[in-house]
Design a binder for this molecule. Sequence first.
Ligand SMILES: CC(C)(COP(=O)(O)OP(=O)(O)OC[C@H]1O[C@@H](n2cnc3c(N)ncnc32)[C@H](O)[C@@H]1OP(=O)(O)O)[C@@H](O)C(=O)NCCC(=O)NCCS
Length: 339
Amino acid sequence: MTTSPKQRPGLSTTTGAAHARIWGVGGYRPERVVTNDEICETIDSTDQWIRERTGIITRRQAAPAETVVDMASAAAIEALTATGLTASQIDAVIVATVTHPYQTPGAAPMVADRIGATPAAAFDISAACAGYCHGIQLANDMVRCGSAHFVLVIGVEKLSDFSDRTDRGSAFIFGDGAGAAIVGPSGFPGIGPTVWGSDGSKSEMISQRDSWIEVRDHNAPWPAITMQGQSVFRWAVYSMAPIAQAALDRAGIKAEDLDAFIPHQANMRIIDALAKKLKLPEHIAVAHDIAETGNTSAASVPLATQRMLDSGEAPHGGLALQIAFGAGLVYAAQVIVLP
Ligand SMILES: CC(C)(COP(=O)(O)OP(=O)(O)OC[C@H]1O[C@@H](n2cnc3c(N)ncnc32)[C@H](O)[C@@H]1OP(=O)(O)O)[C@@H](O)C(=O)NCCC(=O)NCCS
C-alpha cells in the first residue's frame, strides 16, 4: 500500500549559525627550492625571461615520496594550531586538488584520518586553481545551514608530478604546496557572497594532455597539464576583473575599503593587471607570493593569505578580496574578513 503525500510526516531539517568566518589559516611549503636556472636545464629559456614574463624567481618542489595527503595534513595541523581548535571539532574536511594521484579514494578521508578528524565528512573537489575559493563558499553554506559547525578547507597540489619538464609553455610556472583554512560560526558576516561560474567551452585552454583511458589504450605519454598561455592570460585579465568587481559589489564593499587583494597566484603580470583594472588604491596590499612559490593552483590563495598575515602585510581582521580561476574554465571570488 502506498502512502499519499498528504499523510507523509514532515522532515526535520537543520539550521546553522547566522554567519560564518574563517577562523584561521595554515600552510605547508616543501623544503626544496627550485630556481629558474634549474628549470632552464630542461627547456630553452632564461632566468631573466621567466622573471619578466611571470614574476617567478623560485618555486618549491615536494620530495618524491611526499604526497598530497602529507602536505595537506601539515597545512591542516597549522590551521588547527592557529585557531586553537582540536581535530575532533572538525565536522567536514574538503580537499581541493587536481594532483592527488588516485582516482579513488579521495585525499580528504585520508587527511581526516591522519589529523584525527574522523568521522568527519570528507570529500575532494576538482575545481583546479579555483578549488579553494569554491571550498570556502561550500563551507560558508554548510556552517550557515547547520550541516557542519567547523569545516576544514584545504587547497593542495603536487604539480611536479603532473608537469612536463620539457614543455617550454608551462614547465616554469608550477609549484607544490598546501594551504588550509578553518571555517566556523561567526557573530558577524565573515564571508561575502561568492561570485562563481564556469565556461566549459574553453576546457582545452588548461588541461591534462590525455585522459587516463588514452594513456591505457594508446600508450599516450604521462598526461601532464598543459595550457595555451596567451589565451589563458587574456581570459584571466579581461574576464576576471569584472568577476572580482562583482564580488566587491555583492558584498557591499568599495575597493578603497579593502586591506588586501589576494588573487590566484597565476602570473605576476595577471595579478598586477587585475589590481590596475580594479583601480585599487596604493595602500591596499596585493599578494605577490608567486615570486617564491610559483603557481600552486588550489593552494595559491591560502598560501598567499598565510604569508601576508605572517609578514604583517595584511592585518588580522581586515577585509580581503580573493579570486581564483583556472582549468574548466572555472572561477570564484569573494570578500572575506581575514582571521
Ligand atoms: C605562459 C606565459 C608566461 C607566456 O608568456 P607570453 O608572453 O604569453 O609568451 P608567448 O607565448 O606570447 O611568447 C612570446 C615570446 O617568448 C618566447 N617564449 C615562449 N616561451 C618561452 C620560454 N619558456 N622561455 C623563453 N622564451 C619563451 C616565444 O617563443 C615568443 O618569442 P618570439 O616573440 O620571438 O616569437 C603567459 O602566456 C602566461 O603567463 N599565461 C598565463 C598562464 C597562467 O596563468 N596559467 C595558469 C592559469 S591558472
